[in-house]
Design a protein. Structure first.
Length: 138
């Protein structure tokens, strides 16, 4: 079975230390981890170590729908990269790269089979764009 990998990226005007902190600290995750303004992330937890668990609740603000996103870390290199595995065995990697006065954040994930690749790419990119807006606004 060949797994389709999808990548999204953003160049954030901030140093890698700040980008890493804002991307991985639950205090910040709850402020950006949603694709549109009618959604929210009311809670998040992150045990950022190999074997540690990440979890975040994502839901519509009107309460009409929501889900819990969970993963277990396979690899963590602070301020550089991490890889995790989701409960359905799909993997995702986040890479943090210094590019001038910016940090290029690239997230590559295994596609799932329920939604189109375009929809998945669009959703993950929208969340990453929201992160960029949050990180640059602070």
């Amino acid at each position: 079975m060949n797994t389709v990998k999808i990548s999204v990226q953003a160049n954030i005007t901030a140093d890698t230390k700040k980008v890493w902190e804002y991307y991985t600290n639950p205090e910040h995750i709850t402020k950006w981890n949603f694709a549109s303004d009618d959604w929210q992330c009311p809670k998040a937890a992150n045990d950022l170590r190999v074997g540690g668990k990440y979890s975040a609740r994502m839901e519509a603000k009107d309460g009409s729908w929501g889900f819990d996103f969970e993963a277990i870390y396979n690899e963590v290199t602070p301020q550089k990269t991490f890889t995790y595995t989701m409960p359905d065995s799909r993997k995702a990697t986040a890479d943090f790269e210094v590019v001038g006065n910016q940090t290029k954040l690239t997230v590559t994930f295994d596609a799932e089979n329920e939604n189109s690749e375009e929809m998945q790419r669009g959703g993950w990119q929208a969340i990453l764009n929201n992160f960029k807006k949050y990180a640059e606004g602070k």
